[in-house]
Design a protein around this ligand. Structure first.
Ligand code: DGJ
Length: 762
């Protein structure tokens, strides 16, 4: 304690947050990173002394305190944390008094919040500006930080909020930035740059995070990888307009920050009303795997996290597109059931006038010209076959060629100039209009009841431009985002057990705000298994495998036109919430039989895949990617080694298996469902061709040693020394199953390599 300053030390899940709490400032984070152990109040005060800056010519030159909401009134010269005004007044906030209270889950003062968390709640009052500003800083059980700010209008005139952006500081050795960008069907492409002085700003103005969403903005020790290099990262849990940024000030502060981007007049607080920023989530780790694992742990700890096995689904989109033919789709459902599909999803094209993407959005009635008598015949057959039924909707969208748009043109978002440019021939329904909202709720709810729908694929294909709320056309993105959340929540409350997949032309809306309501995301419209290696790897930094939709396509990919073997397609789709997007009625019987084996393998492995710790190796050979999942108790692991380029080194070389318990012994085996074993023993033709000399005509076994005979080694050796990669060609993969064995030579430890893992049936 130093007079009016005290220091709060929050500790959870290997993370410490040390916050300086002055009586006239919102908290300032002095340390966010590794657990510092128990520190006495005196030691915490000493931390402040250790970090007190030398005095220069004024406090502005060497700022000791940069609060979670940095303010110009305290000397901060960068982007302010709170900007707003009462018609040009009350725009600079300074506090007469700030109270700081720490609550733990279970305390009398604890209102709703995650189990096992601890919260620092700071509330500042600015009497001159008649504002109250609060900051909630929570440290969750697994060490994830989340922070949000609230501003309340205590005055008698409205107060307009322009920006409210909490910031988390990182230390000076965080010298490199990593975030993501992309486009439709190539989302989440990583990009790196030095964390130089200045401001790296990533904005989304389309009413959703977008295909180019930064997703996770990281700052770390230069060269940080998945297993090494300390790194911090933030994600904004919000689905509307937003910004995340990394600011490096000349005084040395490095801030990772984020908030909602507000349009003019969008958040205008009447007297007594308040506005809260979305949660900014922060994680750190020795390498990205540890950072990512804290996100996964927090998501998995939610009471709403899907707890039953993720049903393998078939989505009909790439099988039939808009060509809905009930006979064909019933036959497809039958083929789907034969290969082990558990959920059948009818995609776009089932409702009034929807023969193409120019018409129909908004008219959520089954089109009886295509589906005489409704969807009953198909749905009944799907249920008879033991599958769940899922249906596609795009509730927030309208085609101008629809009865809804003709009858209610005022239900569309728009400005003085009309509803703005079309995108995919569509516009946006104003969900903040109570009549439009009630209509869409009624339509969806009655269809969900009528067809016993277990799953809604919820699409969103047009960015929100010119998104004015009627009748004046005032900015409507914030209200639209909140209304979409509300609609999802209301449908789930009305239909217990209903699951929602968040799709936005692929992966344009998969933030952790939408995940409060969704149970799965559609990672991308690109299901090319080559592209999916990176798409799933980088999307998976925030989302665990069970929340990511991963589908097996038909062979020639529909977005890239690359052609892949089934073993590569299925071995890639196995790594998420698995599905199929392929006209199985046209697939050769041998392919269907092999697909059934892959699906069976997924079902047997999903308890591990959907609960384990996700790991990635930092391999020296850029042609190879190795991803894995390790059981939380370290007893088992599965790895996928994929060759995505023509490797320069030949043979490809050693790969390490990260994340195992160093002191336990494991048995390593290749998994080869379908005809995947061919990949292990089929080097390129130039190598496989018999040589001409005598004695060279006998067939050779080209498989690496650990596939030819069994391998049992401690986790430490597998992680440090590794194993030889098979002779993988471009776009081939091998699955490596690792199981703990009691001791070297114990039961089965020196038996032949297994072709399927010895895991429990569900
Ligand atoms: C875009 C989605 O990403 C696709 O999967 C599909 O549902 C189409 N929309 C349907 O229009």
């Amino acid at each position: 304690m130093t007079g009016t300053t005290r220091v709060v030390h929050l500790r959870r899940g290997g993370t410490s947050v040390v916050a300086r709490c002055d009586s006239d400032q919102l908290p300032c984070i002095m340390h966010w990173g590794p657990d510092l152990g128990e520190l006495s109040p005196r030691e915490l005060d000493q931390v402040l002394i250790a970090l007190a800056m030398p005095y220069l010519d004024s406090p502005l030159s060497a700022l000791d305190v940069v609060a979670v909401l940095p303010q110009h009134s305290s000397g901060w010269l960068g982007r302010p944390g709170l900007l707003g005004s009462r018609a040009g007044r009350a725009w600079s906030v300074a506090f007469d008094e700030v109270t700081h209270v720490v609550h733990e889950a279970g305390d009398p003062g604890w209102s709703e919040g995650p189990e096992g968390a601890v919260r620092l709640l700071s509330v500042g009052s600015d009497r001159a500006c008649a504002l109250e500003v609060g900051v909630e800083l929570e440290l969750l059980d697994g060490g994830l930080v989340r922070v949000r700010a609230t501003v309340g209008n205590l005055g008698s005139e409205p107060y307009e909020v322009r920006q409210l952006e909490p910031a988390l500081p990182v230390p000076a050795d965080a010298g490199e930035l990593l975030d993501m960008t992309g486009r439709h069907s190539r989302e989440r492409t990583p990009q790196r740059r030095p964390f130089d002085q200045g401001h790296w700003v990533r904005e989304s103005w389309g009413g959703r995070p977008g295909h180019d969403s930064a997703t996770l903005l990281c700052a770390g020790q230069p060269g940080f990888g998945f297993r090494e290099g300390r790194v911090w990262g933030v994600h904004l849990a919000y689905s509307g307009n937003q910004v995340v940024s990394a600011e490096h000030s000349p005084t040395g502060w490095r801030l990772l920050r984020g908030g909602e981007l507000l349009l003019p007049g969008e958040v205008r607080l009447d007297p007594g009303v308040e506005y809260s920023s979305p949660w900014l989530l922060g994680s750190w780790g020795e390498g990205l795997d540890e950072l990512s694992n804290r996100f996964h742990q927090a998501l998995r700890a939610r009471p709403t996290h899907p707890s039953r096995p993720r049903p393998v689904l078939l989505n009909v989109w790439e099988a039939v597109y808009f060509a809905h033919d009930p006979d064909k789709l019933v036959a497809l459902a039958e083929s789907a059931a034969e290969v082990g599909i558990e959920r059948f999803v009818l995609d776009d094209g089932w409702f009034l006038g929807r023969r193409h993407d120019w018409a129909g959005l908004g008219d959520w009635y089954v089109d009886e010209t295509v589906w005489p008598g409704g969807l009953h015949r198909l749905v009944d057959r799907v249920h008879e076959l033991g599958m769940e039924f899922g249906l596609w909707f795009e509730p927030e969208m309208v085609n101008l060629d629809s009865n809804l748009a003709r009858e209610h043109p005022d239900w569309l978002l728009g400005t003085e100039h009309g509803p703005g440019p079309a995108s995919r021939h569509q516009h946006v329904l104003d969900l903040a209009n109570p009549e439009a909202y009630a209509h869409i709720l009624e339509r969806m709810s009655s269809l969900i009841d009528e067809y016993r729908i277990a799953y809604v694929k919820w699409d969103h294909n047009r960015p929100l431009v010119d998104a004015g709320h009627g009748p004046q056309g005032t900015p409507g993105v914030h209200a639209q985002t909140e209304a979409a959340y509300h609609l999802m929540a209301e449908l789930k409350a009305r239909h217990p057990g209903l699951e929602i997949e968040s799709c936005a032309a692929g992966g344009a809306r998969l933030d952790l705000g939408i995940m409060e309501h969704a149970d799965r995301v559609w990672v991308s419209d690109c299901i090319d298994a080559h592209e999916r290696q990176r798409l799933v790897r980088w999307t998976g930094l925030t989302l665990p495998p069970e929340l990511m939709g991963t589908h097996v396509g038909s062979g020639a990919d529909h977005t890239t036109h690359r052609v892949h073997e089934l073993s590569f397609r299925a071995g890639t789709a196995l790594w998420g919430h698995m599905g199929v997007e392929w006209d199985l009625t046209a697939a050769p019987p041998a392919q269907r039989a092999a697909l059934a084996q892959w699906i069976a393998l997924h079902k047997r492995l999903r308890p591990l895949l959907h609960t384990g710790r996700v790991v990635h190796a930092d391999l020296a050979n850029p042609a190879l990617l190795l991803d894995g999942v390790v059981a939380q108790d370290g007893s088992e692991a599965l790895y996928k080694l994929a060759a995505v380029e023509h490797t320069l080194t030949w043979p490809p070389g050693r790969v390490t298996l990260p994340g195992l318990d160093p002191d336990r012994t494991y048995r390593v085996a290749a998994l080869t469902p379908g005809n995947a074993d061919q990949v292990l023993g089929s080097p390129p033709a130039t190598v496989a061709a018999p040589l001409s000399g005598p004695g060279d005509l006998a067939p050779r076994d080209h498989r690496p040693g650990w596939v030819r005979s069994s391998l049992t080694l401690p986790g430490r050796v597998l992680a440090e020394v590794g194993i030889q990669a098979p002779l993988l060609g471009v776009d081939q993969l091998v699955l490596i199953h690792v199981a703990h064995v009691a001791a070297e030579g114990a039961d089965g430890a020196d038996g032949p390599a297994r072709s399927v893992p010895d895991v429990e049936e569900e």
